[in-house]
Design a protein around this ligand. Structure first.
Ligand code: TRP
Length: 331
C-alpha cells in the first residue's frame, strides 16, 4: 500500500510564480509516490477572512489554480475542509488531549501577543479562539486521514510537532495506536524564487509575478523588475541578475547558455533581457492561464469536483473518528 501524503492549501488569492515553484509544483509531484490528498483549509481562513465575498471567491480561485496547474482529481483526493464535518468532531476530541500550555507556545499566537504588547495594547486584543486553537484543527486535518507525510515549509514544522504530541498523548492514554503519528516532510529552500526587487518573491513584499494575469499585465510586471544602471554596451553578469535567475526557471539548457553568453559579451540592455524573460515565461504560463480562465468561468464544475472529493474523503474520516470514539468509550 502506498503511503499517504496530505497537503493543506490556505485559500489566499492571486497565486504567483513563487507559489508555483515553491509549493504547487513540488506538492503535485507527491502524487507520483504517494496516495496524495489535497484540501482547501477554508475554516482555517475564516479566522482571518471575515468578508463573505472575498472568502467565497478565494476558495474557487485557489481550487481553479491547483486544477490548472495539473492537479488531477481522478488520481488524488481534492476536497474542502468544510465539507468534512468529522474533522470538527475530531478537533473537539483532540482538544481534550491538548495542553493549553502547548497552544501558548505556538508561533502564530505568540507573535500576535508580542505585537500587541509592543503596541501597548491588551495582549489578547484581536486574537480569536480560532487563532489560538489553530494547531488543534490542523492536527485534526492531518490525523483524520491517517497521513504519513505532510509536506510543509519551515514555518509549519512546529504545527506538525504539535500534531505528533497530541496524537501521542491519545495513544499513550489508551495504550494502543488509535491515531497514526504523522511526519513532516520539510521543503528545503531549494529554489528561492527572486521577486521583482531581487528579494524572495512574496505577497508581503509586493514584488510578485502573478501566475494567471493576462498577457499584457504579465509583460508590464516583468518590465518593472529593478536593474542596475549598466548601459547597453556593458558586459553583464548573468549569475547576479534576478532576471537571469528567473529566466533559468523557464528556459531550456540551450537557451540558458546562449543568453548567458549574450549577457557576458555586452551589447544587450536590461530591456532586452526582460523581453527574453517575458517570452519564456509567457510560453510556459499561457497554457496554464488558458486552463485557469476556462475553469474559473465554470464555478459549478469546480464545486462538483470538490464535492466528489469530499465524498471520497468522508468515509476515511468517519473511520478515524469511529476508532477514536470506540477507544474513548463513546461508542
Ligand atoms: N497551516 C497551513 C499553512 O498556513 C495550512 C494547513 C492547514 C495545513 N491545515 C493543514 C497544511 C494540514 C498541512 C496539513 O500553510
Amino acid at each position: 500500500m502506498k503511503k499517504i501524503s496530505l497537503t493543506g492549501i490556505k485559500p489566499t488569492g492571486d497565486l504567483h510564480i513563487g507559489n508555483y515553484f515553491g509549493a504547487i509544483k513540488p506538492a503535485l509531484e507527491l502524487a507520483k509516490e504517494y496516495d496524495a490528498r489535497y484540501f482547501i483549509a477554508d475554516y482555517h481562513a475564516l479566522n482571518t477572512v471575515k468578508d463573505r465575498k472575498e472568502l467565497n471567491s478565494t476558495i474557487r480561485q485557489v481550487a481553479a489554480g491547483w486544477l490548472a496547474s495539473g492537479l488531477d482529481p481522478e488520481k488524488v483526493i481534492f476536497y474542502r475542509q468544510s465539507s468534512i464535518p468529522e474533522v470538527f468532531e475530531l478537533t473537539t476530541m483532540l482538544m481534550a488531549f491538548t495542553a493549553k500550555g502547548l497552544m501558548n507556545r505556538a508561533h502564530a499566537y505568540k507573535a500576535a501577543v508580542q505585537e500587541n504588547s509592543e503596541k501597548g495594547d491588551d495582549t489578547d486584543a484581536g486574537i480569536n479562539m480560532g487563532l489560538f486553537t489553530y494547531p488543534v484543527l490542523m492536527a485534526a486535518d492531518i490525523i483524520i486521514f491517517d497521513s504519513d507525510v505532510v509536506p510543509v515549509g519551515k514555518d509549519q514544522v512546529q504545527h506538525i510537532e504539535m500534531a505528533q504530541d497530541i496524537a501521542q498523548s491519545v495513544n499513550a492514554n489508551y495504550g494502543q495506536q488509535v491515531l497514526k503519528i504523522p511526519q513532516a516532510a520539510v521543503q528545503e529552500d531549494s529554489a528561492v524564487i527572486p521577486g521583482l526587487d531581487g528579494r524572495k518573491m512574496s505577497k508581503s513584499y509586493n514584488n510578485v509575478i502573478p501566475l494567471f494575469a493576462p498577457e499584457n499585465t504579465l509583460k508590464k510586471t516583468i518590465m518593472r523588475i529593478t536593474t542596475n544602471s549598466q548601459s547597453v554596451e556593458e558586459p553583464k553578469d548573468p549569475d547576479t541578475s534576478q532576471i537571469f535567475q528567473l529566466y533559468k526557471l523557464f528556459a531550456d539548457d540551450g537557451e540558458q547558455s546562449a543568453l548567458a553568453s549574450r549577457y557576458r559579451s555586452g551589447g544587450m540592455g536590461w530591456g532586452e533581457a526582460k523581453e527574453e524573460l517575458f517570452r519564456v515565461i509567457n510560453r510556459r504560463l499561457s497554457p496554464i492561464r488558458e486552463k485557469f480562465d476556462a475553469i474559473i468561468a465554470d464555478v459549478p464544475s469546480i464545486d462538483k469536483i470538490l464535492a466528489e472529493g469530499a465524498q471520497k474523503a468522508r468515509p476515511i474520516a468517519a473511520a478515524t473518528v469511529k476508532r477514536f470514539r470506540k477507544a474513548a468509550g463513546i461508542d
